[in-house]
Design a protein around this ligand. Structure first.
Ligand SMILES: [Mg+2]
Length: 348
């Protein structure tokens, strides 16, 4: 009976399936005719109207039908890495388990009476002369960025992958309505569990809007990051009189109440706004993370997550990224470099 029913269903659907295939072939031809020539490969999105630093790496997949990017189309390479790869998941676990160990270590130090210092650079700091305030007896906390640090914005980025340029209104709508289409960054909730066990608060510092604070808090709670209380464990753009995308004003407000023993983020601005000083030249910005005081903080108070999809890391001309004195061209075929025999290995 089941076989008969299945056969009847197949017969009923066959014309529709055939019709779909014909329609798809038609649409493919239309799309192929519309597609730009290969030489005009899309260099990355978006060219205008971007959120600060919001640049998409890699060419977009070709259109494959009326629904935009279909399930079989390849995702942009940077998105393949961040949202799909085991390598990115392993990096995230590495960061969060390192952070969890650090939390346990700092909580132990506090328990035996050691004085702790905040890892927030205080007002008046420079990258070469940072000021880290003593914590006194303030309660311990870790400070996390939200987007692509605690949360992977799968729904928004899948939409972006279809070629829709970034704009603030679209992001605002995402904050209000996308709370179900996210997932926690691998390892983040394990770290939160460790923090709770050590009585260390988890505080979020994000450039999401204060207008949508309740939606963002609900999204985080839905993933398992509760408690999330705006003004205590959730700080958003505009809070503490912060302006633009800078996060220092909020970090300083958080550090007034809490002893910030660690911070985690996917952008250098998640640690100090000093990294993003506009006067800082391209090479100097990269070098500044390896300074005498900054270099020792990575993995020891500051924990960074991978993000090759968007943000302040995605810039640099060929001449900036690849120094001119480190250029190589393959040797010509037949030259000694390509024909020399492998060196003989002699036994001693
Ligand atoms: Mg982020």
């Amino acid at each position: 009976m089941k076989t008969v029913a299945t056969a009847l269903l197949f017969v009923a659907l066959a014309p529709a399936v055939t019709g779909c295939a014909a329609r798809q072939r038609f649409l493919d031809r239309i799309n192929a005719a519309k597609a730009p020539p290969p030489a005009a490969a899309i260099p990355g999105l978006p060219a205008t109207g971007a959120k600060a630093g919001q640049v998409y790496a890699g060419a977009l997949p070709p259109p494959d039908g009326v629904d935009g990017v279909g399930p079989a189309a390849p995702a942009p390479p940077a998105m393949q890495f961040l949202y799909g790869s085991g390598e990115a998941a392993a990096l995230s676990y590495q960061a969060f388990f390192g952070l969890a160990n650090y939390i346990i270590s700092m909580a132990s130090d506090r328990a035996v009476g050691h004085d702790l210092r905040s890892v927030v650079m205080s007002p008046g700091s420079t990258l070469d002369a940072p000021i880290f305030e003593p914590c006194g007896d303030k309660p311990l906390a870790v400070v996390l960025d939200i987007d692509e640090t605690a949360v992977l914005n799968l729904g928004f980025e899948a939409d972006a992958a279809s070629g829709v340029p970034y704009d603030q209104a679209r992001w605002d709508a995402w904050e209000r309505t996308g709370g179900g289409d996210v997932t926690a960054v691998p390892g983040a909730l394990d770290m939160v569990k460790a923090a709770k066990a050590e009585n260390v608060a988890v505080v979020f510092n994000s450039n999401r809007s204060t207008v949508n604070a309740d939606k963002t808090a609900a999204m985080l709670a839905g993933l398992g990051f509760a408690p999330v209380v705006h003004g205590d464990t959730l700080w958003l753009q505009g809070d503490a009189a912060s302006t633009g995308s800078g996060k220092d004003a909020r970090r300083w407000a958080i550090a007034k109440k809490y002893c910030v023993i660690a911070m985690a983020g996917d952008q250098l601005g998640d640690f100090t706004d000093l990294f993003n000083a506009s006067a800082q030249a391209f090479e100097a910005r990269r070098a500044s993370v390896g300074g005498r005081y900054t270099s020792v903080l990575w993995g020891h108070g500051w924990f960074i997550l991978p993000n090759p999809v968007y943000g302040s890391a995605l810039k640099g001309a060929m001449g900036e990224v690849f120094p001119l004195d480190k250029r190589w061209t393959p040797p010509a075929a037949g030259s000694p470099a390509t024909t020399a025999p492998a060196p003989e290995i002699k036994e001693k």
